[in-house]
Design a binder for this molecule. Structure first.
Ligand SMILES: *Cc1c(COP(=O)(O)O)cnc(C)c1O
Length: 384
């Protein structure tokens, strides 16, 4: 940090972290219980978490894995995505979404977004071709895509939902994952519940559930729990799978957070609504809210003039306010440009959001004083 930077930081009144998690002492005690037991891999606590998650999102099955990236990859493999296939997805997301498609040897075909940042269903309809073998929408920032419209447009094409931001989300009475073949969740540290690194897949399709259960652990037909807790049984490998299974200490850390997820979401909502009220009054732009929906409020973003975005971003940091950018449109990142020849102008709405967006602190442990401090500094920098 430069001397002048250090000075501005010192003079700031508060330091507001970009994110603080919600792990409490009871969660930690639950992990310690597992560590004192004999079972450290996928076992009874993972099964308990999976049952609780399936119930929470109103789907039949859930499977714990190592990341949301792994969940998306397995879901796509399970529905048969392979080299030569195309998967329609959004450029306004974290790279994991598109990488999971590449992990299958398939090609991500981007479709531009609407003002909420979610994939534009009309453009999806126009982009569907014979090669389209799946649609992979992202429920950006915690607002669900229009799943009823997307389901209609998709006809029989499977939809895998990237629900990394949307554990608590609902729209038009539809819970996340209910109209797709599967939904994929992330338990990365900044997500609404976390175990450090982790993820899960939910589905109500028994076949898909069984295939993903095989694929998450080398395609073995018996789990470690089957092999070691009963009389020894030989196992067979029926397909080549991956090593993506969740372990019991991770599941133990998640169980209590999942029980409190709605209570934690309400606290984020309170902060988010206060932000929106203040920024609307100050004429600061924000993503459009979708109708008839329960917002998970995973991220809170504002839009500022692209030419001033980085100056405002750094100005907030200098004043002690944690910030992030979610996301710069991924088709313009070096790898995607080189591999697929994308250029500026290909997906204008995603590019406009990517060039103007700033994410502000949003979590249950934000105090009123911190919320007001963020508001005051954002307004001072955006509307000097
Ligand atoms: C965080 C995130 C992911 C990846 O989650 P991991 O658990 O880190 O693999 C995927 N998609 C979106 C939209 C995300 O924000």
């Amino acid at each position: 940090m430069s001397a002048s930077n250090a000075k501005t930081c010192e003079s700031s009144v508060l330091k507001v972290d970009f994110f603080r998690h919600n792990i409490d002492e009871r969660d930690i005690a639950r992990v310690c219980d597992v560590l004192r037991s004999k079972w450290l891999s996928t076992g009874p606590v993972t099964a308990e978490f999976e049952a609780a998650l399936a119930k929470y999102v109103r789907s039949k099955y859930a499977l714990g894995v190592m990341s949301c990236t792994a969940a998306i990859h397995l879901a796509l493999e399970a529905i048969g995505i392979k080299a030569g296939d195309e998967v329609l997805t959004t450029p306004m997301t974290f790279v994991a979404t598109a990488h999971a498609v590449l992990h299958c040897g398939a090609t991500p075909r981007f479709v531009d977004v609407e003002d909420s940042g979610n994939i534009n269903v009309d453009l999806v309809r126009k982009a569907i071709s014979k090669k389209t073998k799946a649609i992979l929408p992202v429920h950006l920032y915690g607002q669900m895509c229009d799943m009823k419209a997307l389901r209609k447009v998709a006809k029989g094409i499977p939809i895998i939902e990237d629900a990394a931001h949307a554990l608590e989300s609902e729209r038009d009475g539809v819970r996340v994952g209910q109209l797709g073949e599967a939904a994929c969740f992330s338990f990365y540290p900044t997500k609404s519940i976390t175990c450090g690194e982790g993820g899960a897949l939910t589905t109500s399709n028994r076949k898909l559930f069984e295939v993903v259960r095989l694929l998450r652990l080398h395609g073995m037909d018996k789990s470690a729990a089957d092999r070691y807790t009963k009389r020894y049984q030989h196992w067979d490998v029926v397909v080549d799978g991956w090593k993506y299974n969740m372990a019991d200490p991770q599941a133990a850390l998640l169980l209590g957070q999942l029980e409190r997820a709605e209570e934690i979401r309400k606290k984020r909502e309170r902060a988010a609504l206060r932000y929106r009220e203040a920024f609307e009054k100050a004429g600061i732009e924000m993503p459009a809210l979708v109708p008839n929906a329960k917002h998970a409020w995973h991220l809170f973003t504002i839009h500022v003039p692209p030419k001033r975005r980085d100056e405002i971003l750094h100005g907030l940091q200098d004043r002690g306010v944690g910030v992030a950018v979610n996301f710069r449109a991924i088709h313009l990142l070096t790898f995607f440009r080189k591999r697929f020849g994308f250029r500026a102008g290909d997906f204008p709405n995603a590019e406009r959001i990517g060039a103007s967006t700033i994410s502000l602190p949003l979590y249950a442990r934000l105090t009123d004083e911190e919320i007001e401090y963020v508001i005051q500094n954002v307004i001072a920098l955006v509307r000097p």
